[in-house]
Design a protein around this ligand. Sequence first.
Ligand SMILES: Cc1cc2nc3c(=O)[nH]c(=O)nc-3n(C[C@H](O)[C@H](O)[C@H](O)COP(=O)(O)OP(=O)(O)OC[C@H]3O[C@@H](n4cnc5c(N)ncnc54)[C@H](O)[C@@H]3O)c2cc1C
Ligand code: FES
Length: 280
Amino acid sequence: MNTNLPAAATITSVRRLTADTSLFTLACNDRDAALELSSFQPGQFLELSLPGFGEIPISYCGLPSACGAIELCIRHVGHVTSPLRRAGPGDAVGLRGPFGHGFPLDGYENQDLLLIAGGLGMAPLRSLLLALLDQRSRWGNLTLLYGARETGALLFLDELLDLTKRSDIRIQLAVDRREQCLEGPPNCRVALLPALLDGLAIQPEHTCAALCGPPVVYAYLVAGLKQLGLSGNRIHLSLERRMKCGIGRCGHCAVGSFLCCSDGPVFSLTQLQGIEGALA
Ligand SMILES: Cc1cc2nc3c(=O)[nH]c(=O)nc-3n(C[C@H](O)[C@H](O)[C@H](O)COP(=O)(O)OP(=O)(O)OC[C@H]3O[C@@H](n4cnc5c(N)ncnc54)[C@H](O)[C@@H]3O)c2cc1C
Ligand code: FES
């Protein structure tokens, strides 16, 4: 497939997740493009184009799928994502990808895994979580810490509450504030996301952490993880910088000497050490 040219795809379903965020399922019209676009590593992204509006980078949110279905979780915030709020089954979009480097699943073999998502960061981490659960015996203890503004902004809450019934995963949620009318899920604290790391029992020499969230929270999370004893090569985080081409040509997404689209978006903390502004 020529990654400069979008492949034609069709929206097959839309699920409203919260007031401003929807889960889209897409199918490529061409079989070869479907195979390529639906073979990805969690943490990779694709470029989604909406005819007449533009093209934007969006993370894979589901599992790589043999039948070519692609799940994308999209927050409706601007020129391209807002008209997508009105899109529905049968509508046409274009897709290019997969692009970038995702989370290093092979390096996670036999390790305890700590997934930390803030806000919309749950979209790529859902893809990672589903992949880990799909091959559960390959990994040690699995913990998900997820924080959002308020209870109504927690993405995939139904799925996460279902997972709390399993004994092979720990899930702790946090919200900055709780709406008065909502009681909130049982495993949800009113706290900032980094506070969930306080006193967390982990074995740092056997644990890897995968982070995705707003840049503002990374410095606090990294400080908390270091306090728990995690070294930089055991911490992976996704840097979502403004992108244009998505394939390392335009330089829009530079962080130090790295290009987020082609060298990332997932980096180890060790890679980013010494790069001013990388975690801001
Ligand atoms: C690798 C990568 C993966 C992404 N994955 C997802 C995803 O899974 N789901 C999702 O909803 N969004 C994701 N984004 C962000 C998404 O690309 C932007 O929200 C989108 O480009 C906005 O386009 P727009 O034309 O609708 O908004 P615009 O009209 O361009 O902007 C609207 C508002 O969004 C802000 N904005 C635009 N782009 C970004 C950005 N990259 N980061 C932070 N703020 C931005 C602008 O400052 C403005 O306030 C990802 C971005 C990257 C780089
Ligand atoms: S978006 Fe063009 S180089 Fe990264």
